[in-house]
Design a binder for this molecule. Sequence first.
Ligand code: NAP
Ligand code: ZN
Ligand code: ZN
Length: 354
Amino acid sequence: MSYPVKSYAAQSPTGPLGLFQFDRRSPRADDVVIDILYCGVCHSDVHNVRNDWGNAKYPMVPGHEIVGRVLEVGPEVTRFKAGDRVGVGCMVESCRHCGACGKGWEQYCENGATYTYNGTDPVDGTRTQGGYSEKVVVAEHFVLKVPDALDLAGAAPLLCAGITTYSPLRHWNVVPGSKVGIVGLGGLGHMGLKLAKAMGAEVTLFSRSPGKEADARRLGADHIVISTDPAQMAAVAGRFDLIIDTVPYKHDVNPYVPTLASGGTIVMVGYLGPLEDFNTGPLVFSRKGLAGSLIGGIAETQEMLDFCGQHGIHSDIEVIRIQDINESYERMLRSDVKYRFVIDMASLRQEVAA
Ligand code: NAP
Ligand code: ZN
Ligand code: ZN
């Protein structure tokens, strides 16, 4: 039996998202069928819908910060049962046998991970569709347990914004006393502040926006640097072990390099594309690094959720109705979000009923 579901989809890069019906596949033996309760709104949803990355296919149902409850499971599923609180992030499949998958780095699968939406199911060749919908059917391996200590709506953004900042903090060995900088206070940035602080780091926010100072301190920043002020940038020269840059658009990364300590690394998680005029000299002379990082593996995502459960870490959210999604995209583009929109999927079910 397949599952007809209502959703919100984009039909083109320029039009609004609107109501769309399609069928979720019949569950395979290792599949979990999930009733979606909340879905976070990531800036990547806007990039994908508007074809910023050149690979968009329509209709496209975005959404990869999914939380809900298990409705039913296939006969081979061992870790989940009906009623469990679960999450799904940016991936729903990978080859599971390459070197990267073997290390638990499914996001770097050498045969290509299957993304939660705008991807192609490797078994049946259908398009994957995301979490702005009533239900999703996902292989058990890619389903996460949401700890009981976490509120479901506030946990949704952990599935992308949380893991995308947690993974580089762990990979670059942030420990108590590490000096961490986060560039940009949006969805990823606010999770970066909270997670780095909980790991015991001394945390600095780099922001273009002076008005965010009080929020940044509440979220975990010990210091705030206005990145457009050369004097403030000079005052933190040589400080950081790790900087995570979440800015979604092309920008000058050179001014951040002098703020790294020798051996420090800037990790790009936002902008994807060429950096013209990036000067490698200051990297070479102080063994500094410029790196990138993509979400995190499945085991690491579970570790992050458990860490958040232990430390009481949620995203700061504004719950919206799905009917307000187009306006929410415009607000996100104006940085008018504190600090993640989360769709209450009850609004979609009510629209269906009406
Ligand atoms: P967001 O909520 O819109 O936050 C981005 C923040 O960047 C803004 O709040 C703003 O902070 C700053 N910013 C925005 N435009 C800027 C500009 N033109 N110049 C300088 N700063 C600017 O976005 P998000 O959801 O956190 O996502 C951030 C980026 O990460 C997106 O590109 C998204 O696609 C990407 N992403 C990557 C991964 C991955 O695995 N690598 C995962 C998820 C998302 P201030 O006002 O404080 O300066
Ligand atoms: Zn995302
Ligand atoms: Zn693989």
